[in-house]
Ligand binder design. Structure first.
Ligand code: URA
Length: 210
């Protein structure tokens, strides 16, 4: 339905996604399995931006389908948000990792990789034109604001990202995966859900049907 209502944006997003498959704008393409482009409705009212695809995302070619994605899905559902109505993408679109035996350990993208990949994120923003953009963690916040934003002081309220883009900032869900204390983890999960509830407050179109 969305594709029929917005044929141009959908076609263009598909074209950009196709083009991104051959991206060599930074060296990360050499080791990753594939480009993991964003997905969701062509004119989603909300865009969620993560950091970089993980191991599962790299293998499946879709954003947030691994362990961090499962937390994100649960938190979105608890916040009353329908993931199907949201466009989900990453600041950097190739998996960055360090081989450790048979495992591939996630590595944070650096400033050059984030800047190189902004080429794709900007096109996604231009085409989708979300009413609200949500940075999941510091890397996304940096990519969207053009400068480092402290998550603690930036979360919980609407702010202007670059070029007047209305946005919210919250933690990256993998932050919760790394928390050893279950009680603290639960508290932080609730704060994350509270942050995500602000999406529905500002953009009722993102809500799940009751
Ligand atoms: N972490 C991210 O930032 N993005 C994903 O797609 C998966 C894990």
């Amino acid at each position: 339905m969305t594709a029929r209502r917005f044929p141009t944006a959908r076609r263009s997003l598909n074209a950009v996604a196709q083009e991104a498959k051959g991206c060599q704008r930074c060296p990360l393409y050499r080791f990753a399995t594939q480009t993991v482009f964003g997905e969701g409705p062509a004119h989603a009212p909300v865009m969620l931006v993560g950091e970089v695809p993980g191991d599962q995302e790299d293998l499946q070619g879709r954003p947030f389908v691994g362990p961090a994605g499962r937390i994100l899905d649960r938190a979105l559902a608890d916040a009353g948000i329908n993931r199907e109505r949201v466009y989900v993408t990453n600041a950097v679109k190739h998996f960055k990792f360090e081989p450790r035996g048979k495992r591939r350990l996630h590595k944070k993208p650096n400033a050059g990789e984030i800047a190189a990949c902004k080429w794709w994120l900007d096109q996604e923003l231009d085409l989708v034109k979300p009413a609200l953009t949500v940075a999941l963690g510091a890397t996304a916040a940096r990519a969207l604001a053009g400068r480092a934003l402290p998550i603690g002081a930036s979360r919980g309220h609407l702010l202007e990202l670059r070029d007047g883009l209305p946005g919210l900032v919250t933690i990256h869900p993998s932050f919760l995966l790394r928390m050893p204390d279950p009680q603290v983890k639960e508290q932080e999960y609730r704060r994350f859900v509270a942050d995500l509830r602000l999406i529905a407050r500002h953009v009722p179109a993102a809500k799940r049907a009751a």
